[in-house]
Design a protein around this ligand. Structure first.
Ligand code: PLP
Length: 384
């Protein structure tokens, strides 16, 4: 059996090696390292893939979130509602801009932001909601967009984990994750579903005026060379990363299919287990769809409900199976983000999830032998 990895970037590289190497060689020869033609081509190709008017490439996903918030003109003291159960980057940028993060609980089935909790948290100071499409599945965007409209709020989608996923609205319309709110942000960190070979990120919007503002902010607030109209940042996608992403983008749907196939095999093996809850696709009648892409499985995350999660982490390590606990501490309990306004009783789901979740190896190169070994090892411990 091949060695099991959490993410197998080396195996994936084998399939695109020639394309990537020759594109990188061209960049070395032309020295167009920054803002070269590769970046512009990637931008255009990603706009076409997503069906969004504007893609603004930038240096990483955290910057993408920060620049999106800057572009919307959010001001210190404005309240921004986001999920308690997410990677810290989401809340970090809110705090950095001196906005007030308001963390709310999530749903047990989808791990995504809870709509009643969002509604309850809205005050006259609330200016934006940041749904995080956690683990590769969209938050309830029908309800979020309705709430935003009702209360005149911006919606900033944190799409770092769900690029390529579709969201199906209640009326049957489909749209790509990250293109539904006023603005979306994504990451091309190597282990993300569309990963570069270094850092990268992008911002999406259908709003022409906002796109113009964002293009200036990523480039020191310049709209005309050496005229700085707004305070900006330096956040660029470099040409080498754009070349890697151009080689991978046409394969993204296929990569997502491979992830879904692995998820289906895992689900099959864990079917009927009373101590294991497999990931739920909440907007789809099928357990894991064959013919739609409502979940792109950035992570395959189980809940272990009999108190054996921590033991399982150890047991897997002893068997050379990597795994992850995303996330082990709710953000509202992180030292950097504690706030006396929070009440423990408002976070029952996150507080439970941090004790139960475990993410198994998930990538495009998993084979049946590896999946069988992983599921057998999980089952022998959880039921042992
Ligand atoms: C990875 C990630 C980010 C940050 O992306 P970077 O490119 O690492 O800055 C933000 N939000 C979520 C949910 C992520 O998973």
């Amino acid at each position: 059996m091949r060695k099991i990895q959490m993410v197998d970037l080396g195996g994936q590289y084998e399939g695109i090696k020639e394309q990537v190497n020759s594109a990188i060689a061209t960049i070395m020869e032309t020295s167009a390292f920054i803002n070269g033609p590769e970046v512009r081509s990637f931008q255009k190709e990603l706009e076409d893939y997503l069906g969004v008017k504007h893609v603004i490439p930038c240096a990483n996903g955290t910057d993408a979130l920060q620049i999106a918030m800057m572009g919307l003109g959010l001001k210190p003291g404005d309240e921004v509602i986001t999920a308690d159960f997410t990677f810290a980057a989401t809340v970090e940028v809110i705090a950095l801009l001196q906005l007030t993060p308001v963390l709310v609980d999530v749903d047990m089935d989808s791990f995504n932001i809870n709509i009643e909790a969002v509604e309850k948290a809205i005050t006259p100071k609330t200016k934006a909601i940041v749904p995080v499409h956690l683990f590769g599945q969209c938050a309830n965007m029908d309800a979020i967009m309705q709430l935003a409209e009702k209360h005149n709020l911006f919606v900033i989608e944190d799409n770092a984990q769900a690029i390529g996923a579709d969201y199906t609205f209640d009326d049957g319309r489909k749209q790509k994750a990250g293109t539904i709110g006023h603005v979306g942000a994504t990451s091309f960190f190597p282990s993300k579903n569309l990963g570069a070979y270094g850092d990268g990120g992008a911002i999406f919007t259908n709003d022409d005026k906002l796109a113009h503002t964002l293009r200036g902010i990523v480039n020191h607030g310049m709209y005309e060379r050496y005229h700085h109209d707004v305070v900006g940042v330096n956040s660029r996608l470099d040409s080498i990363q754009a070349a890697v992403l151009r080689a991978k983008l046409p394969k993204l749907d296929g990569y997502c299919d491979r992830r879904r196939a692995a998820a289906r095999s895992y689900n099959q093996a864990f079917k009927g287990q009373s101590n294991i809850v497999t990931p739920q696709t909440v907007k789809c009648e099928k357990e894991i769809c064959d013919d739609c892409s409502c979940h792109v499985f950035h992570q395959y995350t189980l809940r272990i409900t009999n108190g054996k999660r921590d033991g399982l982490v150890k047991h897997l390590a002893e068997n050379d199976i990597p795994c992850g606990v995303y996330y082990p501490i709710p953000l509202h309990l992180q030292k950097a983000y504690v706030d006396e306004r929070y009440d423990e009783a408002d976070f029952p789901v996150t507080n439970q999830l941090v004790k139960e979740v475990i993410s198994l190896p998930m990538h495009t190169e998993l084979d049946d032998e590896q999946i069988n070994f992983i599921t057998k090892t999980v089952l022998e411990f959880v039921n042992g």
